[in-house]
Design a protein around this ligand. Structure first.
Ligand SMILES: CC(C)(COP(=O)(O)OP(=O)(O)OC[C@H]1O[C@@H](n2cnc3c(N)ncnc32)[C@H](O)[C@@H]1OP(=O)(O)O)[C@@H](O)C(=O)NCCC(=O)NCCS
Length: 179
């Protein structure tokens, strides 16, 4: 069993430089041309629903959430999700996803959408989007996944995916559930 004990915190403004460094390291410069990133460029992410993982006061992972409209669904787009290479395979990525999804659904999101690998996200409640969501760039439709709040929102996940509304900026750090 690992002796590393990550803690999970809501994102605050001062985390921004290290989160940028973690995402640069994980995705490289090509990240800015990805279709999901082009949705995120339309407006700020929601810091209240975004989280970091820290080990011994060092930020080692991050997940961000952005309010979007997907077809006629008022949901959230999850990502980027990244964990520093030396802290991989400790469960940090999955726990960041669990915390962010729970926070968004508790806050009234109709569903959390992402572009990612189904084998990683399926055990976390994500399922393939059945209708046709249109991103502002090419996306493999098999990698568009949703964790719905409830009911069948799939019929309404049909149309453009665009940034939505006002997003908050947290000013105080809060610890949230650990593993
Ligand atoms: C993907 C990433 C966030 C996973 O973080 P992590 O903290 O190592 O993940 P966890 O420890 O929670 O989960 C690890 C498990 O997921 C598996 N896994 C990792 N990436 C996977 C993928 N793309 N597809 C399927 N399984 C994957 C690992 O093999 C491991 O399996 P195991 O538990 O059976 O050993 C991290 O590897 C990363 O930052 N990668 C680069 C950026 C990236 O690809 N982000 C996701 C974009 S969709």
């Amino acid at each position: 069993m690992s002796a590393i004990k990550p803690v999970y915190l809501n994102e605050i403004l001062s985390h921004h430089p290290i989160i940028e460094a973690i995402n640069d390291e994980a995705f490289g410069p090509g990240r800015f041309v990805r279709a999901a990133e082009r949705v995120r460029e339309q407006g700020p992410h929601d810091a209240d629903l975004s989280f970091v993982a820290a080990v011994d006061d060092e930020i080692v992972g991050s997940v961000r959430m952005t309010a979007i409209t997907a077809g006629s669904v008022a949901g959230h787009l999850l990502g980027p999700l990244a964990v520093r290479p030396s802290f991989k395979n400790l469960g940090i990525g999955k726990q960041l996803v669990r915390i962010a999804v729970a926070a968004a659904l508790d806050a009234g999101s109709e569903g959390v959408i992402l572009v990612g690998d189904p084998p990683y996200y399926s055990p976390l409640g994500f399922e393939p989007v059945r209708a046709r969501l249109i991103f502002p760039g090419p996306v493999d439709p098999n990698r568009i996944l949703v964790a719905p709040k409830g009911g069948d929102i799939h019929d309404r996940l049909d149309g453009d995916i665009v940034w939505r509304g006002e997003s908050a900026t947290a000013v105080e750090v809060r610890e949230v559930g650990g593993i």
